[in-house]
Ligand binder design. Structure first.
Ligand code: GDP
Ligand code: MG
Length: 176
């Protein structure tokens, strides 16, 4: 018998790390070099099928812009999972992850929330990398005690995108 799971997923991170690209890649199977910044509240529903489970993930794609910060609270309020996205070629975007986590800690109970850390733009040249895999892994291990909660992906190459949603669904089901 298949059971259904509905979950709210907040996708957070600095502007231009690839949050909208991640959602678009998974939901619409496309990628574009030119995206427009996301304004306003919006979510799309993504389906993930696991053994015995049909997961319907409500993906809240935040704008990530400071001037909209006040609004972002409604992205993560009541979220069952949080995807923190950074760009592996941007130190600033990685620092932003920590800023987000501090804000989340103040506003929601993270013990009840699935956390995934996603380093995007793996397709860019190795010389442009600023955040080593081991550094990000150590960071997320400190935060969540789970070093497997880090995924490096490329939305452009469609590398690892499916895994993000599979890992999300798996962890959400485990919390049931
Ligand atoms: P958001 O502001 O976090 O929603 O970021 P977007 O999804 O709008 O992407 C910002 C820019 O990064 C766009 O020009 C995208 O085409 C580009 N981008 C997104 N994902 C990747 C990726 O995996 N590799 C590369 N090289 N560029 C990407
Ligand atoms: Mg966006």
């Amino acid at each position: 018998m298949t059971r259904t799971l509905d979950a709210k997923v907040a996708i957070l991170g600095r502007q231009a790390v690839g949050k909208t690209s991640l959602v678009t890649r998974y939901v619409h199977h496309t990628f574009t070099d030119r995206t427009s910044s996301t304004i306003g509240a919006s979510f799309v529903t993504a389906k993930v099928a696991l053994d015995n489970w049909e997961c319907r993930l409500q993906l809240w794609d935040s704008s990530g812009q400071e001037r909209f910060r006040a609004m972002t609270q409604m992205y993560y309020r009541g979220a069952n999972a949080v995807v923190l996205v950074y760009d592996i070629t941007s130190e600033d975007s990685f620092k932003d992850v920590d800023t987000w986590l501090q804000e989340l800690k103040r506003n929601i109970d993270l013990d009840d929330t699935v956390i995934l850390l996603v380093g995007n733009k793996l397709d860019l040249s190795p010389e442009s990398r600023q955040i080593d895999y081991s550094r990000a892994r150590d960071y997320i291990k400190t935060i969540s005690g789970d070093e497997t909660a880090l995924l490096e992906i490329s939305c452009r190459d469609d590398d690892g995108v499916i895994d993000v949603f599979y890992e999300l669904a798996t962890r959400l089901v485990r919390k049931q």
